[in-house]
Design a protein around this ligand. Structure first.
Ligand code: NAD
Length: 298
């Protein structure tokens, strides 16, 4: 069934996601603070709204794809998005934000008489364009059931992870595994280099043995063994290092808040924060292998 969707935040991810909702036959009313982002979305069939509130006022569903939790909370509360929507509107926040902020946003939406889910994504800009994102969803069963057909227009899979905040929790736990494993794979390649082991030999062994993981077999951090990996195009992203640093920062916040003994997760957050502020600012996250090689004097 077609719905009227307010889409707020039409950036790298939100723009193509909104375009896929239009393609699926929905009426999408969009807003972004950056005129260029709004213009690109309009070219893809999105109707421009003069403000986020104006978009929400006529919508059945309000979807947000914003940089961080503070943007979501400011928009929902201080800038009056929740108040502008008709009671009973479904709020779907696809941004990657703090678990605590996601729960606050959810409570505020429910208190204002709405339904809400957190639905962060994995799959990156390519997944957003191709409509092959994976959504990790937190919220009650009824809200998930209402959101699911819309998510299907933008992605290949939506996993209901539990109550409010569970989608964000799944996202940061997954990316903590990814960040730690990319560092482990990169350290192993640099150690192999120091021992005279070829990249291909280590890849041929580890990718079919117990060292196998996505960071190695799909996003291999050295050029050669996996021709499509960012290492073969001078580490052009892919999944940019600053986004990995952001997600690990969110994981580190949750680790500290929960008193969890996650030494490697915290270390990975610190290493990626430093990499993203330096040489990795515009690189794929697998470029961290070069920082490890430099620090090893190789
Ligand atoms: P982006 O910066 O390209 O887009 C965010 C957009 O939100 C911008 O266009 C900005 O102008 C707009 N915006 C901010 N505040 C606003 C407001 N009050 N009203 C209207 N518009 C507002 O970022 P992105 O790469 O599209 O990422 C969006 C979210 O998706 C982030 O939370 C990010 O962590 C997550 N994410 C990104 C990727 C990726 O590969 N880019 C992958 C997975 C998840």
């Amino acid at each position: 069934m077609s719905a009227v969707i307010a889409f707020i935040g039409l950036g790298h991810m939100g723009g193509p996601m909104a375009a896929n909702l239009v393609k699926a036959g929905h009426r999408v009313v969009g807003h972004d603070l950056v005129p260029e982002a709004l213009k690109t979305a309009v070219a893809a069939g999105v109707e421009a709204a003069p403000s986020a509130g104006a978009a929400a006022a006529e919508a059945d569903v309000v979807l947000t794809m914003l940089p961080a939790g503070r943007h979501v909370l400011a928009l929902y509360q201080d800038e009056g998005l929740l108040a502008a929507a008709r009671p009973g509107t479904l709020f779907v926040d696809c941004s990657t934000i703090d678990v605590a902020d996601a729960r606050t946003a959810h409570e505020a939406a429910v208190a204002a008489g709405h339904r809400a889910v957190d639905a962060p994504v994995s799959g990156g800009v390519m997944g957003a364009e191709a409509g092959t994102l994976t959504f990790m969803v937190g919220g009650d069963d009824a809200a998930f059931a209402q959101a699911e057909p819309l998510l299907a227009a933008m992605g290949k899979k939506a996993v209901h992870c539990g109550a409010a905040g569970a989608g964000q929790a799944a996202k940061i736990c997954n990316n903590m595994i990814l960040g730690v494993s990319m560092i482990a794979v990169s350290e192993a390649f640099v150690l192999g280099e120091s021992l005279g082991l070829s990249h291909q030999a280590l890849f041929d062994v580890a990718s079919t043995a117990s060292g196998q993981c996505w960071a190695l077999s799909v996003n291999c951090p050295v050029p050669g063994p996996v021709p499509g990996s960012p290492a073969n195009r001078d580490y052009r992203p892919g999944f940019a290092a600053p986004l990995m640093a952001k997600d690990l920062g969110l994981a580190a916040n949750a680790v500290r808040a929960g008193g969890v003994d996650a030494e490697l997760g915290l270390r990975a957050a610190a290493l990626y924060a430093a990499f993203a502020e330096g040489d990795g600012a515009a690189e794929d996250f697998s470029g961290i292998v070069r920082a490890i090689r430099d620090r090893s004097g190789q």
